[in-house]
Design a protein around this ligand. Structure first.
Ligand SMILES: *Cc1c(COP(=O)(O)O)cnc(C)c1O
Length: 428
């Protein structure tokens, strides 16, 4: 049988760089042929060979109610009949702004945009415009989209400014971005003590999910809030991944910390291009047309995306949604860890809400990017490919978190654990 995935991948490479429209999809860190997906339903995806996989990528987070949820699809189909985009305000935008404010009260006002990258980029510009300061702080291993200021990696030494982590980013831009180690309280305190009056904002993933799952300590989060408050800097929670994923009211509700600004994406679009940034009304007043910080978007607040988002936000508020999501995720993680350890494979796991991390070759749960670097990439690769052969699709990189949806019922979790047991036995 011809492998249509391979066929399409090879032809795509001729017309699309690397054959993909976002780099991780190319299977670069695991090798092999990415699956081209034809359709998805509930907890499963089907590739171009019509082979079915249990899916733990969930479109990198958005598919929290399961793929192609009938109510979401129906709502989008209905609204599509009335037109795809108007470039004028619509009632749906007001409804979703009110809904998000209800669920995350720290978001007094918000702007809708079309991607997480736009949300974080705009939030940073807003923080700089509001404080009239240039320097920003991010943390090593956190990802906030691909805008210039944020594609920066740590320089050498704790208090040095970052270096571009991508070609095409002027070193002059990265000069304004400080990169500190995640969970390092001293680095934060010291930086604010030395140059607090120059810092526009701190942007942080309140559970890091782009270096696999790394949880912050309570002390770290409290220090961020205290230092920013004391020095008049804006605290931005990048909840593009964690928002409505780790809990109904976001990571901020788990930590009990109120950020000044929050960025959202992924889940709020229910699979369509929708993201947002928002927070304190006095800060949001700096955005044009009220203030002098410019930000705009032709398709911002697109009616189809807003409809998919509103329906998704409705479904996740139904009774016991997060209890079930969390229980399924914990069952999967505990099962994987137990079965791996029974077969002598060094695996640790962790989760929060419907988001999880699987770590190969670590003795303790990771606290930072440096810890994550010690993971055993070869073991992960073996596990990833063996599971894919068993029709279970995990994220194709050891540095990505995984996701469970409400459609991952017991039968899927049990099947996954049975397959994992076989895989671990063979890895031994
Ligand atoms: C995915 C992600 C982004 C970028 O969102 P895009 O929609 O891919 O541009 C930003 N921040 C975090 C924390 C993310 O997980």
């Amino acid at each position: 049988m011809t492998d249509r995935n391979e066929l399409l991948f090879n032809e795509s490479k001729q017309y699309i760089p690397g054959g993909v429209n976002s780099p991780v999809r190319a299977f670069g860190s695991v090798g092999g042929i990415p699956r081209f997906i034809r359709r998805a339903k509930g907890a499963c995806i089907w590739d171009e060979n019509d082979r079915r996989y249990i899916d733990y990528v969930c479109s990198w987070g958005p598919a929290i109610v399961g793929h192609a949820h009938p109510e979401v699809i129906k709502a989008v189909q209905e609204v599509a009949e009335s037109g795809l985009s108007f470039g004028a305000p619509t009632e749906g935008e007001l409804l979703i702004a009110k809904e998000i404010h209800k669920l995350m009260p720290s978001i007094e006002q918000l702007r809708l945009v079309s991607s997480g990258t736009e949300a974080t980029m705009s939030a940073i510009r807003l923080a700089r415009g509001f404080t009239k300061r240039d320097t920003i702080i991010k943390f090593e291993g956190c990802y906030h989209g691909h805008s210039d200021s944020l594609l920066v990696k740590a320089g050498s030494g704790l208090l040095t400014f970052g270096n571009p982590s991508s070609g095409g980013v002027p070193a002059d831009f990265s000069r304004h971005t400080l990169v500190l180690p995640y969970n390092n309280v001293d680095a934060i305190s010291k930086t604010f003590a030395e140059m607090g009056n120059q810092i526009a904002c701190v942007i942080v993933e309140p559970f890091a999910g782009n270096m696999n799952l790394v949880k912050p300590t309570a002390e770290f989060m409290q220090t961020l809030r205290a230092c920013t408050q004391q020095h008049g800097a804006v605290l931005i929670f990048d909840e593009v991944m964690t928002g409505f994923r780790v809990a109904l009211n976001g990571a901020q509700s788990i930590h009990g910390i109120t950020p000044d600004l929050t960025t959202l994406g992924k889940v709020i679009g229910g699979g369509m291009p929708l993201a947002a940034f928002g927070g304190r009304a006095d800060i949001m007043a700096s955005i044009s047309p009220l203030g002098n910080v410019y930000q705009a978007g032709t398709l911002s607040g697109n009616p189809l995306a807003v409809t998919a988002g509103l329906k998704t936000l409705e479904i996740i508020q139904r009774e016991h949604f997060y209890e079930h999501l969390t229980a399924a995720t914990e069952k999967l993680m505990q099962g994987l860890q137990e079965k791996a350890q029974q077969h002598g494979i060094p695996v640790l796991t962790d989760s929060v809400g419907g988001m999880f991390g699987i770590y190969f070759g670590l003795e303790n749960l990771p606290q930072s990017y440096a810890d994550m670097q010690k993971c055993d990439g070869e073991l992960f690769k073996q596990f990833f490919h063996a599971m894919l052969e068993e029709d279970v699709a995990f994220a194709p990189s050891p540095f990505e978190a995984g996701f469970v949806s409400i459609a991952h019922k017991d039968e899927f979790i049990n099947t996954t654990l049975e397959k994992a047991e076989m895989v671990f036995a063979k890895m031994k």
